[in-house]
Design a protein around this ligand. Structure first.
Ligand code: F6P
Length: 365
């Protein structure tokens, strides 16, 4: 046990994700039951840290939390305290207010801040570590695009949801001889599309990492028709784009450190395909935030619990400025300096793409 640590704080930042509550529960239980630390949770991510808005976390607060999606601490994807919008003389100006957060931590006697987030939230965690705050990161995102860890928590639940959506689309596609497109999330990484596409038996998978040729999709549809399959299932990542084309931007979120929200490629593809495949209808389903909501699956409950325990153990080892991660089947850690700027993408020449190709799935490349 680290003798100097008496009180720790948690915050959850960025888009919510299945497993956040399981991490909150695991950290709180491990900290209280094993080390007698006092635990508090800041509300709405870094905004709560700036406003000194927190709740105490004890065993009764986290009881029954492991399965629940979302975050009891709430979250925000807008509040970067190193570039924060503050009102001065009636006008909003951007300022570095990180010193206010550091003062609040001191005032509350917080010795360690555990930050649960994706790359935006963890970039600020790294910046607080650079300012001398004792920070530990926990890797969250359904996109699975964070560097240094094999898997982020939340990813497994989201691919299970996307796979179920593909299973459900199969039966209706077959009944109507339709071409069904499922647009899934993932930002600039295609992990959700790739893994749900294999598990959900998609005929075509379109990824940000492999720009597609629409004629190759038509070829696949026609070749299935020759073999008596009059329906086709396509899973498209929101960050996918045609060869020589651009990604589709759905929305710009002002004040977000990463303001671009992708989306729309599924419906664009449906329109483009209807011009080329005249004898069948094309429909698009956008899975959206359903991929992030609801209960956390078994895999993510266990991974989140391991990450929570691992984060508290890093406190005891004094490994501040680092992120707990999974390598193979081992819980380990890496410096936040290494994590940030090293986002992952699907390797177009990697094993999973090759496995998919070998079982006849087209990437339209
Ligand atoms: O990073 C998680 C994620 O769900 C992405 O897959 C998606 O692009 C983005 O967040 C959506 O963000 P928002 O919740 O702001 O719509």
């Amino acid at each position: 046990m680290s003798k100097d640590v008496k009180k720790i704080a948690l915050l959850t930042g960025g888009g919510d994700c299945p497993g956040l509550n399981a991490v909150i529960s695991s950290v709180t239980k491990t900290a209280i039951l094993n080390y007698g630390y006092e635990v508090i949770g800041y509300k709405f991510g870094y905004r709560g840290l700036y406003n000194n808005d927190f709740i105490p976390l004890d065993l009764s607060t986290v009881s029954g939390l492991i399965s629940r999606g979302g975050t009891i601490l709430y979250s925000s994807n807008k509040d970067n305290l190193f570039d924060y919008s503050v009102e001065e003389e009636g006008k909003f100006v951007k300022k570095d207010v990180s010193d206010v957060a550091v003062e609040n931590l001191k005032k509350e006697g917080v010795d360690v801040l555990i930050v649960i987030g994706g790359d935006g939230t963890l970039t600020s965690a790294r910046d607080f570590a650079r300012k001398g705050v004792n920070v530990i990161g926990v890797p969250k995102t359904i996109d699975n695009d964070l560097g240094s860890t094999d898997i982020t928590f939340g990813f497994n639940t989201s691919i299970a949801i996307a796979t179920e959506a593909l299973d459900r689309l199969h039966t209706t596609a077959e009944s109507h001889h339709r071409i069904m497109i499922l647009e899934v999330m993932g930002r600039n990484a295609g992990f959700i599309a790739l893994e749900s596409g294999i598990a959900g038996s998609a005929d075509v998978i379109l990824l940000p990492e492999i720009p597609y040729d629409i004629n190759k999709i038509v070829e696949k549809i026609e070749s299935r028709k020759k073999h008596g399959k009059l329906f086709t299932i396509i899973v498209v990542a929101e960050g996918a784009k045609p060869k020589n084309g651009e990604v589709m931007v759905a929305k710009i979120v002002k004040d977000s450190p990463d303001p671009i929200r992708l989306g729309g490629i599924g419906n664009k593809l449906a329109n483009d395909l209807e011009d080329l495949v005249k004898d069948r209808e094309v429909r698009c389903t956008v899975l959206g935030h359903i991929q992030r909501g609801g209960i956390t699956n078994t895999y993510d409950r266990i991974l989140s619990t391991r990450y929570g325990v691992g984060a508290v153990e890093l406190i005891n080892k004094g490994k501040f400025g680092s992120m707990v991660c999974l390598k193979g089947n081992e819980i380990t850690y890496d410096s936040l300096e290494n994590v940030i700027g090293n986002n992952k993408q699907v390797d177009p020449d990697g094993e999973l793409v090759s496995v998919a190709k070998k079982i006849g799935i087209s990437f339209a490349d």
